[in-house]
Structures are given as C-alpha cells and as structure tokens.
Design a protein around this ligand. Structure first.
Ligand SMILES: [Zn+2]
Length: 82
C-alpha cells in the first residue's frame, strides 16, 4: 500500500543526510568544502580540516579520507557538439 507521508519522510531524511554529509566534509578551519579527490583529515576532537589547513594542526589525524565524487560528480558533463 502506498503511503504519501512515508515518501515525504524519506525525502526529508535524504535531504538531511545530504546536509550532514556536506557539513562533515567542510573544513572547520577555513570553511571551504574540499574538492573531490582532495584529502581531508578528521581529528579526534571533532575537527575536520582540509589538506591546506592540515599543517596548522599538530599531531596525527584520527582518520584521513579522500573526498568522493558524491555531490559534484555530475557537474562535469561533456557537451555534444551542435
Ligand atoms: Zn581548510
């Protein structure tokens, strides 16, 4: 049985998950969103810094991740010649 309310909830959930992902990948130092393929460093105290800000933080990051093409993967599109 189809329930429109459940669909809406799912949409909202997806939206908030997207926001969460964006926030997680934003550098907490410069506020920049790292580009796809760029390394980001997670520290244990919750800071997420981009590769450029990494030298300003002492110590080893708890985790180093490569930003995936999840949000910007479709922005590069080959245009067909007219
Ligand atoms: Zn930064």
């Amino acid at each position: 049985m189809s329930r429109p309310r459940a669909d809406l909830e799912r949409q909202l959930l997806r939206k908030s998950l997207g926001a969460l992902t964006r926030d997680r990948h934003r550098c907490s130092d410069c506020g920049r969103t790292p580009l796809a393929g760029e390394r980001i460093h997670h520290y244990e105290h919750g800071a997420v810094v981009c590769a450029l800000c990494r030298p300003h933080h002492g110590g080893e990051p708890a985790e180093t991740l490569t930003v995936l093409h999840c949000e910007h993967g479709h922005t590069v599109r080959r245009l067909r010649a007219a």
